[in-house]
Design a protein around this ligand. Structure first.
Ligand SMILES: CSC[C@H]1O[C@H](OP(=O)(O)O)[C@H](O)[C@@H]1O
Ligand SMILES: Nc1ncnc2[nH]cnc12
Length: 306
């Protein structure tokens, strides 16, 4: 394990807010970098070093590039358990996760932002997606996979942004890495999905298990392949919009981070308050049957719970 030296140890504690950057958002700017940490968690190493910085508003935040800086990890191989565990271990209570998505709706144009409220799972069961395995079984609530308090904060500052925002939308998460077929794209529309990516699962589910408030902010790059008058999505089309989307994400964060800290400090994140401690009762395995090795791993994530 990469233990911080005594001089910088306090840097990597009590970092309450983290940003996860997706395709095109591999770093944040306008920040004073305080340090980096690359801890080995019981679930391995995160996608990249976690960069801890001070924002212009004076807040300490963490940043993690989901696919690694340079985008070396495909969506299936993102070590989501290590990512979320490492963030939790340094004190993260809120994750603002950014993602490049395809639009399944005419009104959601490329470069629009979407604040989703629901998820449809179309991953293939090949991504490790829980901390509760290997002799410790738990079932956490996931009816509302995102944090509506944070979604509200995003939407409150959205009007002042140079971007069109859509709230309350449904995000379908596919396995990838190849994009969907036309039949699949039409099927997702028929199911009521509004946007599509390859990243929200298991990331959001693991955040819930770790009792971290999680909200994804989707940045539309393309119309996938359902639209008759548009060329089917390809990576060049996605990349063409990533630069503008990343600039808009960084601008949004300038207002969003102080607003989230203010809500945290004033006890306004009610869902988070309810989440804290909730998973103590989620384990159904009888105490005498719990695998001590797994309990030791879980102690890294939720110290003293089990
Ligand atoms: C580069 S197109 C497909 C790729 O982009 C999205 O990544 P992220 O969510 O990390 O922004 C999508 O989920 C796919 O992984
Ligand atoms: N059309 C699409 N399908 C899945 N993930 C995406 N990310 C960006 N565009 C996408």
């Amino acid at each position: 394990m990469d233990a911080p030296t005594p001089t910088n140890a306090s840097l990597f504690t009590d970092v309450k807010v983290a940003v996860i950057g997706g395709s095109g958002l591999y770093s944040l700017d306008n920040l004073t970098v305080l340090g980096e940490i690359n801890p080995e968690t019981p679930w391995g190493f995160p996608s990249d070093s976690i960069v801890v910085s001070q924002t212009p508003s004076g807040h300490k935040i963490a940043f993690l590039a989901r696919h690694g800086r340079g985008h070396s990890l495909n969506p299936t191989d993102v070590p989501a358990r290590a990512n979320i565990a490492a963030l939790k271990h340094i004190g993260v209570e809120v994750i603002l996760a950014f993602s490049a998505v395809g639009s399944l709706r005419e009104e959601i144009a490329p470069r629009d932002f979407v604040v989703p409220s629901q998820i449809i799972d179309r991953t293939k069961g090949i991504r490790p997606s829980t901390y509760f395995d290997n002799g410790v079984t738990a079932h956490v609530g996931f009816a509302d996979p995102f944090d509506s308090d944070i979604a509200d904060i995003v939407m409150n500052i959205a009007a002042a942004q140079d971007v069109k925002f859509h709230a309350g939308k449904t995000l379908v998460c596919m396995e990838g890495p190849a994009f969907s077929t036309r039949a699949e794209s039409h099927m997702y529309r028929a199911w009521g999905a509004d946007v599509i990516n390859m990243s929200v699962l298991p990331e959001s589910k693991l955040a819930r298990e770790a009792e971290i408030a999680y909200q994804m902010i989707c940045m539309s790059t393309d119309y996938d392949c359902w639209k008759a008058d548009e060329e089917a999505v390809n990576v060049e089309a996605v990349i063409a919009n990533l630069g503008a989307n990343s600039t808009n994400a960084r601008n949004l964060l300038l207002a969003l981070i102080p607003a989230v800290f203010s809500a945290l400090d004033n006890g306004e994140l009610k869902n988070l308050e309810k989440l804290k401690g909730a998973n103590k009762c989620a384990v159904i395995t009888a105490p005498e049957k719990r695998n001590p090795e797994q309990i030791a791993k879980l102690n890294y994530l939720l110290p003293g719970y089990y």
